[in-house]
Ligand binder design. Structure first.
Ligand code: SF4
Length: 338
């Protein structure tokens, strides 16, 4: 039986949808409607039969684009609404999916034929899996459960690109990912963290073209012999491959932690205005989180904000590079002992 999965949210959400894709693929072909950037992550995924790229803000804008994508998406009996807008729900209706399954809390729920409880207390990978198999998701009680472990598959080109970046380097390295789409989620201590960790390990900086300024705060403080700056130089799957080869990654509550979850790299995630209890924490074995537990204003938003509504941004500014470095050392030590 052919399924249709609609996931047009952010990169991390696309990664966390892969356990659902793997489950649905056991029953038949799986078509996925996703964004252009999401498609770059899923292009090599063995659970995906067909990718339908929905560039809803550019090439596929408006009614004509909507109808074009709905036409391409036809052929599935059941649709799984991982992205909950009314537009996504209407898309699966227009694609003539007889069964449309989404969360009780989604904006587009009135377009669904089946509504699944959105479990606030579950990890988001588990929540998404519950759309396709509620009983299986219920059994994934452990964050380390293979049932909710995301998967990604870098290509040989991605591996070659990473080989090239790491040429002539043989020391173990820690990946630092200082970026985030949201200003308040960008911890400001990565420069000092890089300086501290470079005494013990090599450093690789991971990020997209928009993270160059954040990356320069690290590269300017670390001996060039001890650091590789991959910012803006790799595809998303290339960054995934680089993270896979690192001994640990330190990241904000942003997409690199989910890339790390997909390749099992122990992660230290620095949470500021968000908290892991919202369901988006790291899943790789041995991962840890850091947060300012002295504040009662956390979380102040599910996704992060452009600016701190209280003006002080203490959720991030009071987290020291020394405490994050110690957490990184801990996950590396525990991984070595495992
Ligand atoms: S209100 Fe609190 S949690 Fe939100 S950004 Fe400001 S300090 Fe951080």
């Amino acid at each position: 039986m052919r399924s249709l999965v609609v996931q047009t949210s952010l990169i991390g959400d696309v990664v966390l949808t892969t356990p659902l894709l793997a489950r649905l693929a056991q029953d038949g072909d799986v078509d996925v409607v996703t964004t252009p950037i999401g498609a770059t992550l899923l292009a090599t995924h063995p659970a995906v039969s067909r990718l339908i790229v929905y560039d809803k803000r550019a090439a596929d804008r408006g009614v004509a684009g909507f109808l074009r994508i709905a036409g391409k998406a036809r052929g599935a009996h059941s649709a799984y609404l991982c992205q909950g807008s009314t537009r996504s729900g209407a898309l699966t209706f227009a694609a003539r999916c007889a069964e449309r399954i989404g969360f009780t809390t989604s904006e587009g729920r009135w377009t669904y034929t089946t509504r699944v409880e959105y479990r606030e207390d579950w990890h988001h990978a588990r929540r998404l899996l519950s759309l396709g198999d509620t009983a299986l998701a219920a059994s994934a009680t452990d964050l380390q459960s293979a049932l909710i472990r995301p998967t990604l598959f870098p290509t040989s080109e991605d591996r070659d690109a990473v080989d090239l970046l790491l040429r002539n380097r043989s020391r173990p390295f820690v990946a630092l990912a200082p970026g985030s789409a949201w200003q308040t989620k960008r911890w400001p201590g990565y420069g000092r963290l890089g300086e501290i960790l470079a005494d013990e390990y090599d450093i690789a900086v991971v990020g997209g073209p928009g993270d160059l300024a954040a990356a320069s705060k690290i590269t300017s403080r670390v001996d060039p012999e001890r650091i590789v700056d991959a910012t803006g130089k790799l595809s998303l799957l290339g960054s995934t491959e680089l993270i896979r080869r690192s001994i640990a990654v330190a990241t904000n509550d942003s997409s690199p932690q989910h890339l790390a979850s997909a390749v099992g790299t122990p992660t230290v995630t620095i949470f500021g205005p968000t908290v892991p209890e919202l369901g988006f924490g790291p899943l790789a074995a041995g991962s840890r989180t850091v947060g300012n537990h002295r504040l009662d204003c956390r979380p102040c938003d599910r996704h992060g904000r452009a600016a701190c509504p209280l003006g002080h941004w203490r959720c991030m500014s009071e987290i020291t590079a020394e405490e994050v470095a110690e957490m990184v050392r801990t996950v590396i030590r525990e991984e070595t002992d495992r």
